[in-house]
Design a protein around this ligand. Structure first.
Ligand SMILES: [Zn+2]
Length: 429
């Protein structure tokens, strides 16, 4: 049998044209229209989180501009051909007319000067000289200024494509000269469908739950998801099962995490600490546990406001059911308070020499706070306080004024402030 060289999935399934680009239909259509109408911007700015496909998109735009089969202003234009010399050279990052620079490692004015040195010379074998600058926000001020001169009045044969994860760090003078596209994170269900297609092409059976977990862990990035899928294929003997993927990612089992959340909300300190240590001993990272807790608290709150339907796309049926059952037992006020406390704890847990002890302290704090009276009990107490307040007031006053100055124990007030969701308006009833 002939040995075949393994091509990593992210490379093998990297989109070659607009049609293969997942989840960015609007941007693709706008750029294709610009080419059809020959109204191409001098500079494009692609923004979006890491792994969302900015560099890939930049290369597709470069191909569309320089493909031998594309003539600008041609209303028939659909896609770069991906077969001509120019297309192939761009795909392989070796086109002499498409110059790429990573501003993360080359931030200085000299790097920019070197890059745009030949800006006035016409392209060698294509229509345009395309300059792709990745992570453009990393450029120094001097480098931005150097770039600005060219950007203000670029020769007709020059196009710029910038990519960045942090658009706020780019000077307004640069921004105002770019056509900006925000590449959005790809939805879990879109990722799931795409990964299923990849598995079919690779001839690898995969369970639905496994697909959902991979899509969820990819956090909107096709590349990250494909890397995980590649790993899962290598890890499995034949079929990619849900358990295998959980095991591989080192994922905290959502059901286990739900138990921990349940203990937290019930104020069961010892139980929560024991559960936490069990997870920690099993190899879970304290920061990841905390993030999971934050996610789960958020999800549970969505159930309370009937907005959880979308979770079906990224969670297995058993996970969804477990969420639903726990949510039924909880109050929005408690969930909201616990979420805030967990969120505030993120910094503490990530900034310490001992994340596990910081997380332990945080959970203890939460269980003790969860132990304080429930919002409804508080409201009753407050109502009583107001009634008592009424009975000692000798002269009758307008109702409005009374309601605005109830005497509430400062300690109770402190607790009320903790419950943003508490319905204080029931006071009037
Ligand atoms: Zn071509």
């Amino acid at each position: 049998m002939e040995e075949q060289r393994h091509i990593p999935l992210p490379l093998k399934y990297r989109p070659n044209n607009f049609a293969e680009l997942i989840g960015q239909e609007l941007m693709a259509q706008t750029i294709k229209n610009a080419i059809k109408l020959n109204r191409i911007a001098n500079a494009y700015l692609l923004t979006g989180v890491r792994g969302v496909g900015k560099t890939t998109t930049a290369r597709i735009i470069a191909k569309a501009l320089n493909c031998n089969e594309v003539s600008l202003g041609n209303s028939e234009f659909q896609e770069p051909c991906c077969k001509c010399d120019n297309c192939i050279a761009i795909s392989e990052s070796r086109s002499i007319d498409v110059l790429e620079m990573d501003a993360a490692s080359r931030t200085g004015i000299n790097d920019i000067r070197e890059l745009i040195d030949g800006v006035q010379y016409a392209p060698v074998s294509s229509t345009f000289k395309v300059y792709i600058i990745d992570e453009v926000h990393m450029l120094s001020n001097a480098a931005f200024n150097g770039l600005l001169k060219t950007l203000e009045e670029p020769p007709e044969h020059v196009k710029f494509i910038f990519a960045t994860t942090e658009v706020r760090k780019i000077p307004a003078t640069i921004l105002s000269r770019c056509q900006r596209y925000d590449l959005k994170r790809i939805e879990p269900n879109e990722l799931s469908d795409f990964f299923k297609g990849v598995c079919d092409k690779e001839g690898v059976p995969i369970e639905d739950g496994a697909l959902k977990i991979i899509s969820r862990s990819a956090e909107g990035s096709v590349r990250d998801g494909l890397s995980l899928l590649d790993q899962a294929i290598a890890y499995s003997e034949s079929n990619i099962s849900e358990d295998l993927v959980k095991d591989m990612i080192g994922l905290n089992d959502p059901v286990e995490m739900l138990n921990l959340v349940s203990l937290l909300m019930e104020g069961q300190t010892l139980g929560a600490i024991e559960k936490l240590n069990l997870l920690y001993d099993g190899g879970a990272d304290p920061l990841l546990i905390l993030r999971d807790l934050i996610h789960i608290t958020h999800y549970l709150t969505l159930f309370k406001v009937d907005a959880a339907e979308s979770l079906k796309l990224s969670h297995t049926d058993s996970e969804f059911k477990a969420f639903e059952e726990l949510a039924a037992k909880l109050q929005v006020g408690t969930l909201s308070m616990v979420w805030q406390m967990l969120h505030k704890g993120l910094q503490e847990v990530s900034d310490t020499f001992s994340p596990i002890s910081a997380l332990e302290m945080l959970l203890i704090r939460i269980t003790y706070t969860a132990d304080i009276p429930h919002p409804n009990e508080l409201i009753e107490e407050i109502s009583q306080a107001i009634e008592e307040d009424d009975s000692i007031t000798s002269e009758p006053e307008p109702a409005q004024k009374k309601a605005s100055t109830p005497k509430i124990d400062p300690k109770v007030q402190e607790i009320i402030d903790f419950f943003p969701g508490a319905e204080v308006e029931t006071l009037d009833n």
